[in-house]
Every structure is written in C-alpha cells, then in structure tokens.
Design a protein around this ligand. Structure first.
Ligand code: HEM
Length: 173
C-alpha cells in the first residue's frame, strides 16, 4: 500500500490554510485594528492599500479552504459520518468541537466582521470626498464601526485559537 495521497493533499491544504487563517486573524485583532484606531485619519491610505492588495478576499478564501478540507478529513476519518465509534470518541468529538467553532467563526466573519470592515472603508471614503475636517456625525459613526470591528475581530481571533487548540490535542484525548 502506498501513501494515501488524497489524505496527504487534504492535510497539507488544511494545516497550511488553517495556520494562515488563524495567524492573520490574530494579527488583525491584536495589532492591525488597534493600530488603525490609534492612528486615526492617518491610517486611511494604509487601509486603502490593504483593500487594494486583497485583504478582504484573503481571509475568507483561507477560511473556505480550511473548512472544506477539514470536512473532507472528517468525512475520511469517520468513513462518511458512519463510523460511530470514531464520531463518539474523545478524538472524534474534539475534532468535531474545533470544526463547529471554526465554522461558527467563518459565519460570524462573513456576517459581522467583514461588513464592519467594509463599512469602515465606506465611511473613510465619504470623509475623504467631503475634504477638510470630517463632520462630527461621520466621526461618531466611524468610531462606532471601529469599536464593532475591534470587538468582532477579537472574538473571531479568540475562537480560532480555541479551535486550533482542539485540533492540536484531538488525536490524544
Ligand atoms: C481554525 C481552523 C483550523 C485549524 C487551524 C486546524 C488545524 C488542524 C491541524 C493542525 C490538524 C492536524 C492535527 C492532527 O492530525 O493531530 C487538523 C486536523 C484535522 N482537522 Fe482541523 N483545523 C481547523 C479547522 C477545522 C475544521 C473547520 C474542520 C472540519 C470541518 C477540521 C477538521 C479536522 C480533521 C477531521 C482533522 C484530522 C485529519 C486527519 O485525520 O489527518 N478542522 N486541523
């Protein structure tokens, strides 16, 4: 019997996109959002560059590959969700818990975090178009949106670290 190439390919995709996803999420929550909030209007051009360079597509793409390859591996390990012994074992349930958490973050990211980031870009654009000192309503809206993004990205990053811990220990519990 040779190596199981499909599983190897799925694992390579899974681990690689998974670590890149979590790493980017922690960087955004721990450094990028606080830095943007701290810099105020000076952060505008950097935000524009990040958008132009594809940050809004980068993270969802990694998330989709992580989740799809993860489901493929889960399907393989549980013989198509039929191997109840594996599904109910500590290993199966821990991989399952990590999977549910990561899937939850994927949905949360798409419905809460990304929209807040997009809104921030839109408000920034309106500020630049208006020129001069931005209207107080716009500033207040920007601060509200940044607070949402700060909270959302921190929740997402924390849960992704938790999902990673599940993945790290599942095989040995
Ligand atoms: C935060 C995102 C995730 C990260 C960083 C991650 C990371 C990892 C790592 C490092 C492994 C190797 C662990 C080992 O073999 O002992 C692994 C395995 C696995 N992951 Fe994930 N994972 C993530 C999300 C998911 C999701 C969403 C699913 C399911 C939909 C999933 C299902 C699995 C399965 C079934 C295995 C075992 C693969 C095998 O039998 O070789 N993972 N994951």
């Amino acid at each position: 019997m040779g190596a199981n190439w499909l599983v190897i390919v799925l694992r390579v995709i899974h681990v690689l996109t998974g670590v890149l996803w979590v790493g980017a999420a922690v960087f955004v929550a721990r450094f990028l959002v606080p830095a943007v909030r701290g810099a105020g209007p000076a952060a505008g051009p950097v935000m524009q560059q990040l958008i132009q360079r594809g940050l809004p597509a980068y993270m969802p793409t990694l998330a989709i590959f992580t989740v799809l390859s993860g489901f493929g591996l889960y399907w393989h390990d549980s013989s198509g969700f039929r191997l109840h012994e594996w599904l109910g074992s500590g290993t199966g349930m821990t991989f399952g818990a990590g999977a549910v958490i990561a899937l939850g973050v994927f949905i949360y990211g798409a419905t809460v975090v990304s929209p807040a980031a997009k809104r921030m870009g839109t408000i920034g654009g309106r500020m630049r178009e208006a020129g001069g000192a931005p209207a107080p309503e716009l500033v207040a809206e920007m601060q509200r949106t940044q607070a949402q993004l700060g909270r959302g990205s921190a929740i997402a990053a924390g849960l992704l670290v938790l999902a990673t811990l599940c993945m790290a220990v599942a095989r040995y519990v």
